[in-house]
Design a protein around this ligand. Structure first.
Ligand SMILES: *[C@@H]1O[C@H](CO)[C@@H](O)[C@H](O)[C@H]1NC(C)=O
Ligand SMILES: *[C@@H]1O[C@H](CO)[C@@H](O)[C@H](O)[C@H]1NC(C)=O
Ligand SMILES: *[C@@H]1O[C@H](CO)[C@@H](O)[C@H](O)[C@H]1NC(C)=O
Length: 343
């Protein structure tokens, strides 16, 4: 089966299975840089490297009170041209036997055309009656823990060892997906999934830890797709489920002569984490006007949507930012950028 057809079948299958549509679209790489306007605003460089997609108004400060993403951006690397949000995660590196590091490239997922980056999902409610409330300007959130040393909230990140083509399961973060790095070669690369909460307190656009203003629905599971379960009284507003998928092209490193001789695995997050628990997803809302609410109300599916403006993959790929921090991030590096302590 052709890749594109297969991906469409998967989207349709997931929709049929869960009775819900899901927007799924690519955002090409905007920049790979050591800045983090959510956790370390104004600090250049930030402690570790991130890979970022979305609107090109992304910068180190992005003061929520004044920074208007749709107004300040002149392009977006995402498919829907009214989406100037920014989305970012940690970056994967390969560690060679001699202790040097090489950044692992990202590739687009099956059925999508992009320059690396992130596949972004917005999933409305499971039933047609529950209306989801789109985010407001200034809204931000974070999931995961850059210092995570043990398995955490299962939804924050999991790894899937991908087959050469075709996906092996419809449910993200269900076994054999794991929060730790896979222990063997993945012929189709390693896909990471990050799934955000679906309940908002309805008041705060952000919170000191960038997490407490949102929460997962009571009784929902890591493998649930979209807003399921009931939002608690503390966080009564149902928001779209945002989910990131990133496909890391580890294929060039699938060589037993390159892997550690002690049976361990060679990949490490830009945080310094060799186990896999420290990946994290950062989100800064930046859809123009009511475009996201329109798309949620219309229950748009896949990467086409009648009520949204779309740009070609070529246009999206042209939207890039120069790096702010001038340092070497490619080639064999003696330390990870920022030299985080390896754990
Ligand atoms: C980020 O962008 C805003 C809006 O254009 C600008 O006012 C601010 O100075 C920029 N900050 C940095 C650190 O570049
Ligand atoms: C370290 O190992 C890599 C991968 O085997 C190799 O390409 C690189 O040249 C080595 N670097 C040094 C300084 O030996
Ligand atoms: C929701 O509405 C769509 C379009 O009207 C319909 O095809 C679908 O069956 C409905 N789903 C449920 C769960 O009622």
């Amino acid at each position: 089966m052709h890749w594109r057809t297969l991906a469409l079948v998967l989207v349709e299958h997931a929709s049929a299975q869960t009775m819900m549509p899901m927007m799924r679209f690519s955002c090409s790489q905007l920049v790979v840089d050591r800045i983090d306007p959510l956790v370390n605003p104004g600090i250049v460089p930030s402690p570790h490297l991130h890979q970022i997609v979305g609107g090109n108004s992304f910068n180190a400060s992005m003061d929520p009170a004044t920074h208007d993403l749709p107004l300040t951006s002149t392009c977006t690397s995402c498919t829907f041209s009214e989406d100037f949000s920014n989305y970012w995660t940690a970056v994967m590196f390969f560690r060679a036997r001699n202790g040097t590091y090489m950044r692992v490239p990202q590739i687009a997922e099956e059925g999508l055309r992009a320059n690396g980056g992130i596949t972004v999902y917005y999933i409305p409610s499971a039933d047609n009656e529950t209306k989801v409330t789109a985010f407001k300007p200034g809204f931000r959130m974070l999931i995961g823990d850059a210092g995570g040393k043990s398995p955490g909230e299962a939804r924050k990140v999991c790894h899937r060892c991908m087959p050469a083509s075709g996906d092996n399961s419809n449910l993200n973060c269900a076994a054999p997906d794991a929060q730790s790095f896979p222990m063997g070669f993945c012929v189709g690369g390693i896909r990471t999934v990050i799934t955000f909460p679906t309940c908002w307190d309805g008041k705060n656009l952000d919170s000191p830890d960038h997490k407490s203003h949102v929460t997962y629905a009571t009784g929902s599971k890591a493998t649930d797709v979209g807003p399921t379960g009931k939002c608690p009284e503390s966080h009564p507003v149902v928001i779209p489920q945002v989910m990131y998928e990133v496909l890391w092209d580890t294929r060039a490193f699938n060589n037993k002569d390159l892997w550690p001789e002690d049976g361990s695995q060679p990949f490490v997050w830009s945080t310094g984490d060799e186990n896999g628990y420290s990946n994290h997803g950062d989100y800064v809302f930046g859809w123009k006007e009511d475009s996201l609410q329109r798309a949620m109300n219309a229950r748009c599916n896949g990467d086409t949507c009648d009520v949204l403006k779309t740009q070609s993959s070529e246009e999206a790929m042209k939207c890039m930012l120069p790096r702010t921090v001038n340092e070497d991030i490619d080639g064999w590096l003696t330390t990870l950028p920022g030299s985080p302590i390896v754990f």
